[in-house]
Every structure is written in C-alpha cells, then in structure tokens.
Design a binder for this molecule. Structure first.
Ligand code: SF4
Ligand code: SF4
Length: 132
C-alpha cells in the first residue's frame, strides 16, 4: 500500500503496460547489466543517509533499485496500478536522488531509481507535493 504522500492521477485507469515497456526497452541493456552485476554485498548501504538514519533494510540503495526498476524489468512491465504505486512509494518516498550512494561495482543506483520515477510519472503517479 502506497504511503499518503504519493499522489495518483487517473487512479481508476489501468496502467499502460505498452508505455512502460517502451521505457524499459529504451534502457534494457543498462538495467540488465545492473541487475546482473549486483552482488548483494550491501556495501552501498552506508553511503545512503536514509539507511544510516534508520538501519531499515528497505532504505538500502540496492534494495530500492532491485524492488523498483528491477521488479519492473523482471515482470517485463506487466504490473497493475497497485503494484506500480508500491514502486512509487519506493522511488519517491525512500530516495531523494541525492546521488551519494556508492557501488564499488559501478552500478548507477540513482539512475535506476530515476527510471522508476519516470515510469511512475508516465502513469500518473507522482509525489504529492508535485501535484499540489
Ligand atoms: S548495488 Fe553495488 S554495493 Fe549495493 S549491493 Fe549491489 S553490488 Fe553491492
Ligand atoms: S540517491 Fe537515493 S539511494 Fe542513493 S544515497 Fe541518495 S537517497 Fe540514498
């Protein structure tokens, strides 16, 4: 369930899976490589202030990108609105795109999360304060 500060426009409409797939296709190689390279070593965790402030695994950078854009990639874009709102919660509420997270394997985690935001916005899912 999305947290309250996610705003959903057209909440009764199904998501446009073809539109999501188009974004995924445009970035497929980069996403595939990032997911393949991630060693689940957790070394990125200490570079994210949201994780160090909470010690909550769901704020770990790797957890955030694997469960947002990684999930969309694995599902080939086949997701319903509730599922996409959960991803919106991750990419809007659990990351500020400060770009401080460091992965020794070179994964550009903020870029992955930004792609998740792009897909959410394409389906009318925003941060609440963006639509007020
Ligand atoms: S993103 Fe990088 S640092 Fe983080 S768990 Fe994956 S390989 Fe390790
Ligand atoms: S970009 Fe997101 S995941 Fe990376 S350090 Fe900043 S808040 Fe954490």
């Amino acid at each position: 369930m999305a947290e309250p500060n996610i705003a959903t426009l057209n909440s009764e409409q199904d998501v446009d899976v073809n539109e999501i797939k188009a974004v995924l296709d445009a970035h497929r190689a980069k996403m595939k490589l990032s997911l393949k390279v991630c060693a689940h070593c957790s070394l990125c965790a200490e570079s994210c202030f949201l994780y160090t402030n909470t010690n909550d695994p769901k704020y770990m950078p790797s957890h955030k990108f694997i469960n947002s854009i990684g999930k969309l990639y694995k599902k080939k874009g086949n997701i319903d609105r509730a599922g996409l709102e959960e991803i919106g919660d991750i990419v809007f509420n659990r990351c500020v795109l400060c770009t401080r997270c460091y992965c020794p394997f070179g994964i550009d985690i903020p870029n992955m999360i930004a792609l998740g935001r792009q897909i959410c916005r394409s389906q009318g899912i925003f941060r609440q304060y963006d639509v007020e």
